[in-house]
Structures are given as structure tokens and as C-alpha cells.
Design a protein around this ligand. Structure first.
Ligand code: PHE
Length: 327
């Protein structure tokens, strides 16, 4: 049978051509096209089938198929090996991935965001004011007498005798009441500065949130209820709290708010508050017979420290990733 010989000769030719098996894509392709391409030698043999006598066809077909299978399997083997080669060389699937560090919102910012959203939910707006201010806004209008110790160099950073780095956000109470007609209801977040010895519990700058509400009918019970609402949102429904009488030159009466710490078994102060002193209204030309108000001021660091049991205020300002990554 002529076809049988042709099959043998293509087989031998292929064995010669594929030893060694080509390594590069181009010669691999041309070998593939030459033998098993659409017009390759194997296809050519198949088209020779029509000239084979009907009786010989089953055998011829079988032989031809065997050749085709042999050649295909050689290509398959090679392509499997070359895939293994590639994975050996360029992709180590056991290699750990590249760890892209994800940033954190600073714990102070998280606490500030919490405080803001608690008050925004009940109708407060947010206002800001200057960190460098004059004596009048930081002290005078807030009813600090000229010889008040808070004005002392030991507490206050002076830029010049009339200009200070604000020691509290209460200066913005004055700006708001000067600039706007009541009713007004604001919280004022911001940095404040005090020239204190730096230690685990005090730093030369820290953050406060001031609250101020001025309207025709504002009572001390309004103040108590807003702060009770705040404490429960911030520290949990079951937080125990108490108001303790206190003194600030710009509020009358004044109080400090403590919350109970189960862990430390003691009351911890979280803010100062009170009813806006009539003298403050006079200083900004508001009639204290018509307008009433409450104010409060809290330290953001302090609240954050209580909430997350942080025991050193300096940690907020050191940028130590071992601290920050815990939040
Ligand atoms: N400004 C006060 C402080 O820094 C806090 C305060 C604000 C008290 C508003 C009463 C009313 O300690």
C-alpha cells in the first residue's frame, strides 16, 4: 500500500525534524505548521485516503490516526514542559504577596469625628475660629479679670503683650456672638495651646471642642440633657455621670462633668460647662434680659484617652506606628 509507505516516511521525517525538539517559538511554530497545520503533511496524507482501495481503508485510517496522535502528543509534551519552564523561571507561586500598608485615621481624628457627628445629629453646626487671637477674645470678653492667673506667662504663649495663642476654644464663643445674631448653636473644634510642663498628662498643645447655644429660653436642664445625651453616645448607655459645681469666669453657674471609670474605680473629669454669664453677653452687646445660653468645652485627647485607655498624652504627637496601628 502506497499510503502506508508515505505514512512511515512522514513519521521518520518528523522524528528527524523533531530531534532535538525546537526550543524557540518560531521554529516550534514552523514544525507544527509543517506537520499538523491545515495544509501540513498529515492533512496531505488524509487527503490521499480517497485513492486507497475501499478494502484497505480501515487499516490506512488506523495507521494515519496513530501518526497523528504521535505527532500531537510530542507537541503536547513540549508545551507542557515549556509551561513548567516558565513557572520555574518567572513565577514563584509560593512567594508571599507584596504587603501594601493601609493608612489609619489618627485616633484623635476618630474621636473628633465621633464628637462632631453626635452633635450634628441634634442640630448643632460646626464653626472654627482663630488660633492666634487678641487678649480681648481669649480673656477680656470672657470676663477674666486683668490679674487672673490664667493670663500669666506660665500658662499662655504670648506673641506680643496683646496677642496670644488661644488657651481654649472659648474665644470662638465671642467671635460667634459678635458676628451673628442669635439664636446660635455651634460646636467648635480646634487646637489650643498652653505653656505647661510636658508630661504624660499635659502637652503644650491639645484639642478642644467648644459648644455654645444661645436662644431666648435656654435652661441649665437643657445643658444637662444635651451632655447626658453626649456621654451616652460617646461612652455607652450605661455610663455613670455626675455634674460637680465648679467655676469659670464666663459661665454662671458652672459645673464640671465626671464619668465613672469601672476600671480605675474613680470619677474622671471630661468637660467644663455652664450658663453663659450675663457679663459675657454685655461684652458682645447682647441683651442678657432677652438672651440666655449655655456653653461647654471638652478636651479631645482626654476623651480619647478615657475611651481607649491610653495613659500618655504624648503618644498622640509622636507618630509612633506601634501606637497608631492599634486603631
Ligand atoms: N474653656 C474652658 C477650659 O478650657 C472649658 C469651658 C468651656 C468651660 C465652656 C465652660 C464653658 O477649661
Amino acid at each position: 500500500m502506497k499510503l502506508k509507505e508515505s505514512i512511515e516516511s512522514v513519521r521518520n521525517q518528523f522524528r528527524a525534524d523533531s530531534d532535538p525538539f525546537p526550543n524557540d517559538e518560531a521554529s516550534l511554530d514552523s514544525l507544527r505548521i509543517k506537520y499538523i497545520g491545515r495544509k501540513g503533511l498529515v492533512a496531505n496524507l488524509f487527503s490521499g485516503m480517497k485513492d486507497v482501495l475501499p478494502d484497505d481503508r480501515p487499516l490506512a485510517g488506523q495507521l494515519l490516526n496513530e501518526l497523528k496522535v504521535e505527532i500531537n502528543s510530542e507537541f503536547d509534551k513540549k508545551s507542557k514542559i515549556s509551561k513548567d519552564d516558565i513557572s520555574n523561571e518567572s513565577t514563584d507561586t509560593s512567594l508571599p504577596g507584596i504587603n501594601i500598608p493601609i493608612g489609619h485615621v489618627h485616633p484623635l481624628q476618630q474621636t473628633l469625628d465621633d464628637i462632631k457627628s453626635i452633635f450634628l445629629d441634634v442640630g448643632f453646626s460646626i464653626a472654627y475660629g482663630p488660633e492666634i487671637d487678641d487678649d480681648f477674645h481669649n480673656f477680656g470678653a470672657l470676663n477674666f479679670p486683668p490679674e487672673h492667673p490664667a493670663r500669666d506667662m506660665q500658662d499662655t504663649f504670648f506673641i506680643d503683650p496683646e496677642t496670644v495663642l488661644r488657651t481654649h476654644t472659648s474665644n470662638v464663643q465671642i467671635h460667634l456672638m459678635e458676628d451673628q445674631n442669635p439664636p446660635l448653636r455651634y460646636i467648635v473644634p480646634g487646637r489650643v495651646y498652653r505653656n505647661e510642663a510636658i508630661s504624660f498628662k499635659s502637652y503644650c498643645l491639645f484639642n478642644q471642642v467648644e459648644g455654645i447655644y444661645v436662644d431666648k429660653k435656654v435652661s441649665f436642664s437643657d445643658l444637662k440633657s444635651i451632655l447626658e445625651y453626649f456621654v451616652k453616645k460617646m461612652f455607652g448607655e450605661n455610663t455613670k455621670m455626675r455634674f460637680r459645681p465648679s467655676f469659670f469666669p464666663f459661665t454662671e453657674p458652672s459645673a464640671e462633668l465626671d464619668i465613672w471609670s469601672d476600671k480605675r474605680k474613680e470619677w474622671l473629669e471630661i468637660l467644663g460647662c455652664g450658663m453663659v454669664d450675663p457679663e459675657v453677653f454685655n461684652n458682645v452687646n447682647l441683651d442678657s434680659n432677652i438672651w440666655h445660653g449655655y456653653a461647654f468645652g471638652m478636651g479631645v485627647e482626654r476623651i480619647c484617652m478615657l475611651k481607649y485607655e491610653i495613659d500618655d498624652i504624648r503618644l498622640f504627637y509622636q507618630g509612633d506606628m506601634r501606637f497608631l496601628e492599634q486603631f
